[in-house]
Write a protein that binds this ligand. Sequence first.
Ligand code: ATP
Ligand code: MG
Length: 500
Amino acid sequence: MAVELIHAEHINKSFSGVPALTDVSFSLNAGEVHALLGENGAGKSTLVKIFSGVYTKDSGTVAVCGETVEALNPQKASELGIAIIHQELNLCTHLSVAENIFLGREKTRHGLLNKRAANSEARRLLQSLNIDIDPEMVVGDLQVSKQQMVEIAKALSQNARILIMDEPTSALTSSEIKELFKIVRSLKEKNCGIIYISHRLEELQHIVDRATILRDGEYITTLNYSETNLQELISYMVGRNIKEKFPRVECTVGKKVLEVKNLNAGRLVRDISFELREGEIVGIAGLMGAGRTETTRALYGIDKKQSGEIILDGKSIDIKKPEDSIQNGIVLIPEDRKKDGLFTKLSIRNNIGMPNLDLLSNFLGIVSKNKERDMAYKCRDTLKIKLSSIESDSANLSGGNQQKVVVGKWMSRSFRVAIFDEPTRGIDVAAKVEIYNIINRLKRQGIGILFVSSELPEILGFADRILVMCDGRITGNLPGKDATQEIILDLATRFEKKIA
Ligand SMILES: Nc1ncnc2c1ncn2[C@@H]1O[C@H](COP(=O)(O)OP(=O)(O)OP(=O)(O)O)[C@@H](O)[C@H]1O
Ligand SMILES: [Mg+2]
């Protein structure tokens, strides 16, 4: 009989009277990876935050290693050997990698902080995990994927018996994911238990033993992974069958709307040239670090360009800052929603209104709250955003619903070009289809769409044309129908040395 590390029964939790979890049960055995699945807002993060002591349950029981634990708080959880990798990265961006890893457990020598010891121990830890990051780097300067690896290293440094991973791979490259899975397997062999939350359902088969499904805060079922399949999991998650994974619409492409000529900006944007037509979806594929996000940032005016020309509707335009882009009718839905896309301390209504103040204000510049409210409701309804009130802080939304706000706030504007950078990251299967539908609606309106994605099936299923990037250059430009995973991967690894 397997040792039970966590046994939770009849868990209830509400936020300001709105239930997030209703009578949920869950158990975790030693040596197993137990997936926790469900749509955005199903209650997954809430449940694991109860296990890690971040949230206090309203009622129900949690037993850890057979002992009922009454008042669980973060410190108590850590003493019980529970560590969590949070979905929304929880790092102090102004501190170094090593400082973050040992935060709250600082290495001291004669009562003084011992930076050198912390650095060398962090270096050892990162090396043992095959993570190539300098422990002295400031976390804010790292890419999202690297920050995620630091978050993972931090949790692993605690030698926990119970490890909770809330969307650990949402920003990782495929090789980083492989490394992570190696780590997960070795933890399993050491008889640790792992709770694994992910919307990347395809990856579960490599590591998961059992899966528990939540829907609208309720427990649905627990399955042995080897005895189920994706279709069954999805239908339990959404309560119905989802037919079309990539609802592609065919429409005739119109005239050239955007032309980028020889754009250069730093090491990762080198001589980028391409065209985008009305009603066309151009996907940008490439490995992490290929320069895809950097290209969108330079184009949009976040990063400084060294040279290059941007032509919109046949006219050369000067973009020095994002406002210039927006004025000209180019919008960007960024990759890192917490840093660039969402003001978590503001209400959902304010977040949606923010980029649209010109549409919401009268000739005196006074913003109409009513109009803003209507806009927010419309956005909520079209995207089916799960929220208790448009007035509550956007920080209170589940991860995927935050992403919907980031996408939705642009939908009230008219524009010519929309740039989506990983728009479906962390979004559940059903909501993904909703986002694809929005993009399709824009496509039918004749808007040009640039679409950066790390999920190849998504790009293949959706883009009319695919640009492939490697090392800051475009190494391929092909019609979507001619592309395959193999062709794209080959183009994505055309490093200069290999070509020479
Ligand atoms: N601190 C909070 N205050 C108010 N409501 C909250 C808070 N945390 C979560 N909720 C609400 O509880 C519900 C469940 O959210 P939770 O974050 O657990 O979802 P999730 O399953 O992790 O979703 P996702 O896949 O999008 O991350 C949501 O409706 C969310 O808005
Ligand atoms: Mg979550």
